[in-house]
Design a protein around this ligand. Structure first.
Ligand code: NAI
Ligand code: MG
Length: 356
């Protein structure tokens, strides 16, 4: 089969890690009889420099035409002082909006070879394999009304609204249940239903949708408890689903179980348009152009693309196995170096991964 991938290298270390990801994808595809057409487009600061806007129409069109979008990272000091509409992060937000990416998938997997990298005790984190599904386009970050006013005593106030409609909860619930079906078939929905009306609706709707997925074991947990349990016993979780705000916080918390930013992939997906697959980390301008970045988060993002965006689980598995084999062989980029390991450059690791 042939798949068209929109490759958005972006800024900073983006081009370096994109080169590795496409190289490794090509190899894994060859081994499975799968062809990838990579189409490069501009995004972020690079796009602003070339065209005056961080998401040119031509890029969004190329993404819509593609089967999936593989994005590296955007941003850098240079553009921090630019007007809002020209800043790199606007490009990313516009892309997510343009592709209606309402579901954000953030795995937190502790690979056995890196269990020491966590800031938590190895006995606690070892074997952790969590997928957090975060609603990305609704909830308190976007709810109306929002703003500031003055109360009856003349004090300034500010307010935001946490609002979800049934269809918004239904569609994210379907994504989460279907992911759980591909995993350990356990889904934990996180809310604050003891205090918030919107959370009670969330719980009711998720429970109702769950009847369509009798093979998935559904549980509910209050967000404060979930924050504790993630650190106390992360292995108890398989798939989690939650709202925008809670998911923002819990996914960052969970990522620290793994301890290494250079290893974390993510996906932002919709029902009807190509998904966006990207590492959690940014453009790392402090190390850009030095060939020392860790490309593994990018390669694992490509694996998520194959598994969840293109339905190519065998190619995905080849990429994941390659990452584990490289770690097993002791190969580390500078960010993960520890005594006894072999330090390699970004491009060297690319060759090792492609070989594996
Ligand atoms: P960052 O993730 O780029 O870097 C944080 C630290 O981690 C830096 O010391 C960096 O060198 C290191 N690091 C990150 N990824 C690495 C990798 N693959 N290999 C080795 N080391 C790595 O976050 P920071 O510094 O807050 O932001 C830098 C720029 O990236 C900013 O312009 C920011 O807006 C942008 N950014 C973009 C994101 C995206 O494209 N989705 C997400 C986060 C930040
Ligand atoms: Mg966050």
């Amino acid at each position: 089969s042939t798949h068209t991938i929109a490759v958005l290298a972006g800024d900073g270390i983006g081009p370096e890690i994109s080169a590795v990801a496409t190289q490794v994808l090509r190899e894994a595809g060859d081994a499975e009889g799968v062809r990838f057409n990579f189409e490069d487009s501009l995004i972020g600061g690079a796009a602003t420099d070339a065209t005056g806007t961080p998401l040119p129409d031509s890029t969004l069109e190329a993404c819509k035409r593609s089967d999936a979008v593989l994005l590296a990272a955007i941003g850098g000091y240079k553009w921090d002082t630019y007007p809002r509409e020209q800043r790199p992060e606007r490009g990313l937000l516009a892309l997510r909006k343009g592709l209606n990416a309402f579901a954000n998938l953030r795995p937190a997997t502790v690979l056995p070879q890196l269990a020491d990298a966590s800031s938590l005790k190895k006995e606690v984190v070892e074997g952790t394999d969590i997928m957090i599904v975060r609603e990305l386009v609704g909830g308190i970050y976007f709810g109306q009304p929002r703003g500031t006013d003055t109360d009856s005593s003349g004090h300034k106030r500010a307010f935001n609204t946490m609002v979800y409609s049934e269809p918004e909860i239904e569609r994210i619930a379907h994504v989460a249940f279907q992911l759980a079906q591909k995993r350990q078939r356990r889904l934990c929905s996180v809310d604050k239903a003891n205090v918030l009306d919107v959370s009670q609706l969330w719980r009711d709707v998720v429970t109702h949708i769950g009847k369509q997925y009798p093979d998935v074991e559904l549980s509910h947990m209050y967000v404060d408890n979930a924050a504790m349990q993630l650190l106390r016993n992360p292995r108890e979780f398989d798939t989690m689903v939650t709202s925008n705000l809670f998911g923002d916080i819990l996914s960052d918390e969970a990522s620290m179980l793994t301890g290494s930013l250079g290893m974390l992939p993510s996906a932002s997906i919709s029902n009807d348009m190509p998904g966006i697959f990207e590492p959690v980390h940014g453009s790392a301008p402090d190390i850009a152009g030095q060939d020392i970045a860790n490309p593994m988060a990018m390669v694992l993002s490509a694996a998520m693309m194959c598994r969840y965006g293109l339905d190519l689980p065998k190619v995905a598995q080849r990429l994941e196995v390659a990452v584990e084999a490289a770690l097993e062989g002791g190969y580390r980029t500078a960010d993960l170096m520890s005594p006894g390991m072999k330090q390699v450059r970004c491009s060297e690791l690319g060759a090792i991964l492609a070989e594996a």
